[in-house]
Design a binder for this molecule. Structure first.
Ligand SMILES: C[S@@+](CC[C@H](N)C(=O)[O-])C[C@H]1O[C@@H](n2cnc3c(N)ncnc32)[C@H](O)[C@@H]1O
Length: 376
């Protein structure tokens, strides 16, 4: 299966936003390892965070309540150790702060789907389940979202995410590829399922579910800009263009494809906003049906969000449904990781977790299944 995408990929090196002369941005590969960068200390990060808040436009200030542990979500070399568990679990309660509440909204599908792809550089990403893919440089977007100028904030803080402001959805994170590879290996069935790509960023997980025949696919990202400029275009880019089915010289049967494409894409819905707000929004729908499958990659880096994430699973997952979660063992700078999250889930005693796979590269990564402990 080949994807079309309009953004760049996290490689084994950390990426860094680099401005071009015309204000356009690209992602660039940094030779400085993420580990050494994070070792430069939290103090500097914290200073950054304070400066960041001071620097924010008024409409952003209310979003910053959870900022405190700002840092690159840098993966450990191999932190699958008791040391990191002991270190991080001791202050779990203290860390369980409420994340900021960025209001959720649904993003309507634009009438002219082709227009969404205008000014986008689309590249084919063959065999995205191959984790050896090198870092790709792709021309990005120009800033045009007042109040959500996350690109320049990410740029100025030299960080891949800024808690409460930008949660990292502008790039494709490594564990997405692990989960994609797993889908193929384990022959995960999507047909007829209602699927949520939670913290979708590029949306490749949801797009795969879509291609696999899912009945309905919802994409959620913290940032509005990510949905509009990355997720939505990626979904659209993975569909035959309307022209393909709109040729008047074609026999009538083939022309019908236009409406088929429209029908297909209507299976997708797009949401931005903080998780508890998203739950409120979607859960308030009169006919809301819970998800059969929640796909989520690299969303457990921040322990401050565990409570909300757990609540989200609780509120949105069908009793017999499952969550497929991909994560690095540990995230320096922000402090979360697989062991800490599993410990949190165990303590809540609602779900059980099962390791599906451990990817023991230079960076240890995990694929976890989460299901209700008592499904009936
Ligand atoms: C590191 S990015 C991973 C993006 C994508 N899943 C991937 O693997 O490439 C984390 C994603 O989780 C989402 N996220 C993190 N914390 C969130 C929160 N408190 N509320 C809503 N979304 C959140 C953001 O939308 C962000 O895109």
């Amino acid at each position: 299966m080949a994807f079309q995408f309009n953004f760049s990929i996290e490689g084994h090196l950390e990426n860094k936003l680099t401005p071009l002369g015309d204000g356009t941005l690209t992602l660039d590969s940094s030779k400085e390892s993420s580990v050494s960068k994070s070792q430069k200390g939290n103090q500097k990060d914290r200073k950054h965070s304070e400066e960041e808040q001071a620097d924010l436009p008024q409409e952003c200030l209310w979003e910053c309540s959870s900022v405190g542990n700002v840092g690159n979500a840098a993966p450990a070399q191999d932190t699958d150790s008791q040391r990191s568990l002991a270190h991080s679990s001791g202050d779990l309660e203290r860390r369980e702060k409420q994340p900021s509440l960025r209001v959720a909204k649904e993003h309507a599908l634009p009438k002219d789907l082709k227009q969404v792809l205008e000014n986008k550089v689309i590249e084919i990403l063959p065999g995205v389940w191959d984790t050896n893919i090198a870092v790709v440089k792709t021309i990005l977007l120009k800033e045009k979202f007042p109040g959500e100028n996350i690109v320049s904030k990410s740029l100025s803080s030299h960080s891949d995410l800024i808690p409460g402001i930008y949660e990292g959805g502008l790039k494709i994170w490594e564990c997405t590829f692990d989960l994609l590879a797993y889908f193929t290996k384990a022959e995960v069935k999507f047909a007829g399922q209602k699927v949520l790509d939670l913290g979708c960023g590029s949306g490749l997980l949801g797009i795969t579910a879509f291609k696999g025949g899912a009945r309905e696919i919802h994409f959620q990202d913290y940032n509005s800009l990510v949905i509009d400029e990355v997720t939505l275009p990626n979904v659209i880019a993975n569909f035959p263009s309307e022209d393909d089915g709109n040729d008047v010289n074609e026999p009538e049967g083939k022309r019908c494809r236009t409406s088929t494409v429209a029908q297909e894409i209507c299976k997708c819905r797009f949401f931005s906003g903080e998780w508890s707000e998203f739950c409120k929004l979607i859960g308030s729908e009169e006919l809301f049906v819970k998800y059969d499958l929640i796909l989520t990659s690299e969303t457990i880096y921040n322990p401050d969000y565990y409570s909300t994430l757990h609540q989200t699973f609780l509120r949105l997952l069908g009793k017999k449904g499952r969550v497929l979660l991909a994560s690095k063992a540990h995230y320096f700078g922000v402090g979360g990781g697989v062991h800490l999250f599993r410990k949190f889930v165990e303590e809540k005693d609602v779900f059980e977790t099962r390791t599906l796979e451990i990817i023991d590269d230079s960076l240890k990564r995990f694929l976890i299944e989460i299901t209700f402990k008592y499904p009936s």
